[in-house]
Design a binder for this molecule. Structure first.
Ligand SMILES: C[S@@+](CC[C@H](N)C(=O)[O-])C[C@H]1O[C@@H](n2cnc3c(N)ncnc32)[C@H](O)[C@@H]1O
Length: 269
């Protein structure tokens, strides 16, 4: 990190990373599309929060006329604050509406997708974004429920419907059978993979030579996009051939980091 340097935090959340950069003397332009994201008063001098999708960071930075970036960071996915609020609809462990919008207010909800996509589109979405082998059967069950006016409107209802269709892969499977379906809907609702492609491209385009892009991903679809971009984009050189993963100490403190993978790339001269 460079004191006085300019950094983008693409995923402000509760501001932990932005705070760490600010405390080391960096200036931060932070992005979060959640309407409830807010900069605490003690960070106001060094952090500017833009409530937009990080996919639009190029336009947003052009509007601020700040010059080249020393670094850009993406800590992908939903925050604990979002995940732990039942009314946001992200968790299949709490009862809530099938919402899943990271914005908290605008755009189609997960329920809207279930109510409007045809069977094939539902199956393709659940297969592509959830890597769910039972996607066709789940889509069929959803459409049957919809035709009978019993389409789930709540997270627990959807989790129950999917669990009734998906065979548990074996005693060793620890995740809930609806986890992959929930992941798929969340990715589709928020266009997470498209945003990631555009955000990485825009961030790399604005790095100074030697500036670094860092991405922390939480599932294989995201990690594949980051890995390919850092490997194939001629403007950068990947500094991590293999992703960095959390050690035992970090996992003991933060079990939600268990699937985190961190990759770094450096802008070429
Ligand atoms: C895992 S949390 C980040 C936590 C943060 N690093 C911290 O220290 O608190 C991800 C955050 O990024 C936001 N987010 C996810 N995708 C986004 C996107 N495409 N554009 C802007 N914000 C996004 C979410 O709303 C969420 O608040």
């Amino acid at each position: 990190m460079r004191e006085g340097g300019l950094y983008v935090d693409g995923t402000f959340g509760a501001g932990g990373h932005a705070r760490a950069i600010a405390e080391r003397g960096g200036r931060v332009v932070a992005f979060d599309l959640d309407e409830s994201a807010a900069v605490p008063p003690d960070l106001a001098a060094s952090v500017t929060l833009v409530r937009r999708n990080f996919a639009e960071l190029g336009d947003a930075l052009d509007g601020l006329s700040l010059g080249e970036l020393d670094g850009a960071l993406f800590d992908l996915g939903v925050s604990s604050m979002q995940f732990d609020r039942p009314e946001r609809g992200f968790s299949l462990r709490f009862d809530g509406p099938l919402d899943m919008r990271m914005t908290g207010g605008t755009g189609d909800t997960a329920y809207d997708l279930l109510a409007t996509l045809d069977e094939r589109e539902l199956a393709d979405t659940i297969f592509a974004f959830g890597e769910e082998r039972a996607a066709r059967r789940i889509a069929r069950a959803l459409v049957a429920a919809r035709d009978a006016n019993r389409l789930p409107t709540r997270t627990l209802e959807l989790a129950g419907l999917v669990a009734g269709v998906v065979q548990v892969r074996g005693k060793r499977e620890r995740v809930h059978p609806a986890t992959r379906t929930f992941q798929a809907l969340r990715i589709a609702v928020n266009d997470e993979l498209g945003s990631l492609e555009r955000g990485l491209d825009a961030a790399i385009g604005r790095l100074r030579p030697g500036g670094r892009a860092v991405a922390i991903s939480f599932h294989s679809l995201e990690d594949r996009i980051v890995k390919r971009r850092f490997r194939d984009d001629e403007r950068v050189r990947a500094l991590t051939k293999k992703p960095l993963i959390p050690g035992d100490d970090e996992l003991a403190r933060n079990p939600r980091a268990r699937s985190a993978k961190l990759r770094v790339a450096e802008r070429q001269p």
